[in-house]
Design a binder for this molecule. Structure first.
Ligand code: ASP
Length: 342
């Protein structure tokens, strides 16, 4: 039996018809508004990725590295959740790693061939493409904060050596004695390299350089990137690596993405690696495949070694390296704990 024959269709009055149409239109509007909202919220979900250097991190210090990058991601996320900018988050995350002593940045930096600590750092704002950096800098615990001062207080991009140190002193940075930047690990390494008479150019073995970096997306959709390092062990005095150079050690552009690099600086410079990864994202690659492509370019063109972290403009992240290990951590708003790996 056809059961539908038991139901009589009640004709709608014009008023009921109007109400039905209004309800349908309203529902359609509501659905598309909430889809838009979902997309907007997704796009602006504050996110941070940090790294603690790409190289062969020995087993016995893996936990220190993991804890260090997790703490940095949490610190950066706390800044983002306090309505800080992506720049604030990058600076805060890197500051905590510069203080840690485990990483090759700030306290714990490698010593150069003359037993001095010379550091490089960069910070870049993806909204304006403004950047500040410092190179061959001595006696400052937080090179990343000084780089930010250069960006915000001068019309320059890069200050080096004694000029950078004077600028720091003039802007209230404490001049930290070299001994306070030394770690027992680095002193031991320095003595060992001197004893073995290793020349800087030969020093290309899988020991851990441990440079630090961060990329972040804030709730306004702005991206930032930063990198801070003590460079390579036993480098020639005055040697500047990739880290403080725009496009090499870091890059951020709201229309492309943000990237921080680590690894063998000379190879990263030659391939302008951070910009290359951002360009891949701009051409439509996902964050993860952009990282992988850039690392393939590094290897193919100059037989380079290194690692990258990136965030694209929608907050999706990518990580790639061709060294035995890289310490990194990722955290997005809403996550209770960061995800980290070495
Ligand atoms: N890229 C840095 C440099 O060559 C070192 C590193 O990232 O570990 O100075």
């Amino acid at each position: 039996m056809d059961r539908s024959q038991n139901f009589t269709k009640i004709p709608l009055t014009p008023q009921m018809q109007r109400q039905k149409t209004e309800w349908r239109q309203g529902r359609r509007k509501f659905i598309s508004a909430s889809r838009r909202e979902t997309r907007r919220v997704d796009a602006l979900r504050p996110t941070i990725v940090v790294h603690g250097g790409a190289w062969d991190i020995p087993d016995e210090v893996v936990d220190d590295h993991l804890n260090g990058v997790k703490l940095a991601a949490e610190t950066g996320m706390a800044a983002l959740l306090r309505a800080g900018s992506a720049l604030d988050a990058v600076e805060a995350a890197i500051n905590i790693m510069e203080e840690n002593g485990v990483f090759n940045a700030g306290r714990g930096s490698h010593l150069n061939a003359e037993g001095e600590v010379e550091m490089d750092a960069i910070i870049m704002d993806g909204e304006t493409l403004n950047a500040g950096s410092v190179a061959a800098l001595t006696n400052i615990l937080h090179p990343i904060s000084l780089a930010r001062k250069v960006m915000e207080e001068t019309s320059h991009v890069l200050l080096v050596g004694e000029g950078a140190r004077k600028f720091a002193a003039a802007h209230g940075f404490r001049l930290t004695p070299t001994e306070e930047l030394l770690s027992a690990r680095e002193l031991k390494r320095y003595r060992e390299l001197r004893r073995r008479k290793v020349r800087p150019r030969e020093f290309y073995d899988p020991s851990p350089p441990d440079t630090v970096g961060a990329v972040a997306l804030d709730s306004h959709g702005n991206l930032a990137a930063g990198t801070s390092t003590g460079g390579q062990p036993k480098k020639l005095p005055g040697r500047v690596g990739d880290s403080p150079l725009i496009g090499a050690g870091a890059y951020a552009d709201n229309s492309l993405g943000a990237c921080s690099a680590t690894g063998w600086g000379e190879s990263i410079m030659k391939t302008v690696l951070s910009k290359a990864a951002c360009d891949f994202m701009g051409e439509g690659s996902t964050a993860q495949s952009a990282c992988r492509k850039a690392i393939r370019v590094l290897k193919r063109k100059v037989d380079g070694r290194g690692g990258l972290i990136v965030i694209d403009r929608r907050g999706r992240h990518g990580v790639a390296y061709n060294t035995p290990r890289m310490a990194w951590a990722f955290m997005a708003a809403g996550m209770r704990l960061p995800r980290a790996s070495v």
